[in-house]
Design a protein around this ligand. Sequence first.
Ligand code: ADP
Ligand code: MG
Length: 563
Amino acid sequence: MKKLINDPSAVVDEMIEGLVRSREGLAILAGQRVVVRDDIETLKGAGRVAIVSGGGSGHEPAHAGYVGEGMLTAAVCGDVFTSPSTDAVLAAIRAVTGPAGTLLIVKNYTGDRLNFGLAAEIARGEGLLVEMVVVADDMSIDASGDNAGRRGIAGTVLVHKVAGAAAAAGRTLAHVKREAERAIAAVGTMGVALSPCTVPAAGKPSFTLGEDEIELGLGIHGEAGVERVAWRPVDDLVALLLNRVLDGLDVREGQPVALLANNLGGTPAMEMDLVARAALKAADARGVRVERLWTGTFLTAIEMAGCSVSVLRLDDDLLSALDAPASAPPWPGKGVRPRVDLPLVEVPREAAGAPEPAAPNPAVVAAIRAAAERLVAEESRLTDLDRQVGDGDLGANLARGAEAVLAEIEGYRDRSPASVLRALSATMRRTVGGTSGALYAAGLLRAANTLEGRTAPSVKDWAEAFQGGAQAIAEIGDARQGDRTMLDALLPAAERLAGGADLSDAAGAAQAGAEATARIPPRRGRSSYLGSRVLGIPDPGAEAVAAWLDAVAGALRAHSGEA
Ligand code: ADP
Ligand code: MG
């Protein structure tokens, strides 16, 4: 187990401390694992109903994160995945309950029901006004089956929001409870896990999943789900989750709903946006009207990878309760009504530049084709090199550029060399990306400018263009020979060409230069962060240059042989 913790048994206390110190308006109930608003006395005096939730820890930001105006008055934090004690709940009730009373929002787990229920009973015996509601939104479980009923999961956060809004509006306990119950009846959730999670005190994951397996309808306490299935694309997976929830809630076409796309803790934000997209697509396919959407991390199972999708059937009152302001930072605020059409702004297209007619240039086209085909063929070798000394994208990036060039190469046939190089530059710029995309585009553009007006460049003209291109790369990349970059292949080749050597000779010099980079410590590009760890491996950018230059030399040899 590798976690950012000190002592597994201190995690909850230290988490509470960190939370309360880093937020305004929160306090710890002395001697308890209870987070409360620091203005509870004012709230009591103002006749506000208090909202208390909680349960086992490990679901952060639930529930302590939601303490704040418009949501919770207090949260009781148990050990990780363990219900808090009756006494802790009772302490919270005693601290926050004024004349208007307190509503307890409990997730449907036996331990939580018992401890919150018993605490409520004791508090009522002391004359306090306390009511309790239980959230059971997990649609993966059959509510009519012989079991402990549906579990309470991420839909609970929406119930906090609805009850919190009613309390903030100064409604009575009976009203607040009724609104919470209406939200509970209207909400359903289902989740999927891609990985288990590790309880700090246990030190080991709760279950294991094969490389290709996912767990549908998992519990948020690391308990395995109701069904283990094979991985599938996110669109299919989210449609499956959403459809089960919609069926479970009996949501009809045209029904307005709120959607909550929830990260179980270990899902990259990038993937959550795909989850949101998939949920909207699936809702759309059912003709359900998504009035509000939230995507983010609301109720987690520590670091579990996966997501849940919650649906709340809306009516006007529930919608305005969800829209009401809330100050707890994990609540993102008023949800958005997702756009039906993808908003697009058209980009003005680059003026194409009339392809000025010129003499056919079969040699130039043959050379470019050979270079591009070589880059495609070298993709995996270059990827492999870049993976070792960079980020692994070079092979794919150059191959993508090469494919784009091959797709348009016929259009190069009757254009002047300068215009062809300019077209190549634009294509590299558009398709390659990364450092190389910009560098190649700059080099090709400079080479094009060097050849401007020369419809039939001499060998010397080409040598000059090559040298100009290499220089442009050195300038824009702020690099020199010996910096372990593509320049270590380009510059020696440029020098040979300038000295009157033929292209095969120049390609040989590029190859020698590329091989020599294996002995040079990096000073430019991504490799420079790895220092001497890259020694022994040649620079991928230099290897790429040597490869395509060799292909160009071969193509021109073949071409002059034919001619
Ligand atoms: P990244 O992924 O870092 O954006 P690429 O994978 O597109 O970069 O290209 C990596 C190659 O770019 C390197 O192998 C090196 O040859 C070349 N390179 C990196 N930085 C420079 C620079 N400043 N000047 C010239 N070439 C460079
Ligand atoms: Mg790279």
